[in-house]
Design a protein around this ligand. Sequence first.
Ligand code: UT7
Length: 337
Amino acid sequence: MTKKITAAITGVGAYLPEYILDNIELSHMVDTSDEWIMSRIGIKTRHILKGEGLGTSYLGERAVNDLLEKTNTDPMEIDMVICATVTPDMFFPSTANLICHKTGMKKAFGYDLSAACSGFLFALSTASKFIETGTYKKVIVVGTDKMSSIIDYTDRSTCPIFGDGAGAVLLEPSTEGLGVLDAILHSDGGGGQHLYMKAGGSAYPATEETVKKRWHYVYQEGQIVFKAAVSHMADTAIELMERNNLTADDIRYLVPHQANIRIINATAHRMGLPEEKCMININKFGNTTAATIPLCLWDYETRLHKGDNLILAAFGGGFTWGAVYVKWAYNGGDFTK
Ligand code: UT7
């Protein structure tokens, strides 16, 4: 009997731009303080991409090159790339296309996927299907966002939250039951009005007026989003654990989207997980939207072992949310598999 194919994550790469914006510098830009940001959000620093004409593909390209190098993979071996982002370099061509070109993945086809902070999970789940069906052997999922390009640095309620960064994973077939094993994903367009960027699309193309009204920046009703994030992330993660017969003892790590330390702690608490079973790096990188989850995997990679059960969970604009169950496929730092 042929064994079931699953999509194993066989490597993680990342890139964070050099410039670090800390809370002290922010407190000179808007009326805020390190104390407020640390206690209400839990962010100390975030990385910002500077440089004329540098967009999200610049970050994604570097994360993919890191991944290819670490996994000793020839770019020509890659079949497909899905890029999760809400800050594409431009409407078209897609950021995935640009990344494929810049990294020499000439045989791959690619496309972008837009699901805000849940983008990486939506892309990971989609990509895993192309592996499971036996259609492709090497698929890359990139989560990359240059959030600084759509943040209003005069708005103290949003500007401390976000940062720029990119993370990428390689998916390959496994017949050992490793990799992406289950997913629960949701969208609710009714939540769209609470977290969005109004202009720049086809409804309100850029005009002098849209710029004056500051419609090209992230708008967020923080408390509404906060409450929805806690309840949906925890409910979905618990549902996923239950239907896979997993208890808190079986979970090695929760890998939560990094939006607010209070959301992360509340989600972990509701899942019955102690703090040490929760990946946290929001203090260093802030909310990098589609990049937070691969950046966590990259940051904690050396602590992971083959067979570890991970629950990835996210909530974001749209609203979108979900959880993915991953059985880790290699020992941290062992790229020979
Ligand atoms: O990743 C996508 C999903 N996004 C999220 O999950 C974000 C969810 N929301 C949040 O994380 C939080 O709601 C925020 C961090 C955005 C805001 O925190 P909050 O504890 O909900 O604050 P708030 O909006 O209720 O504001 C409380 C007070 C207000 O002052 P008054 O009206 O009580 O006098 C704000 O004006 O804090 C004030 N405030 C600030 N004070 C200092 C808001 N931002 C700041 C700031 N520094 N940066």
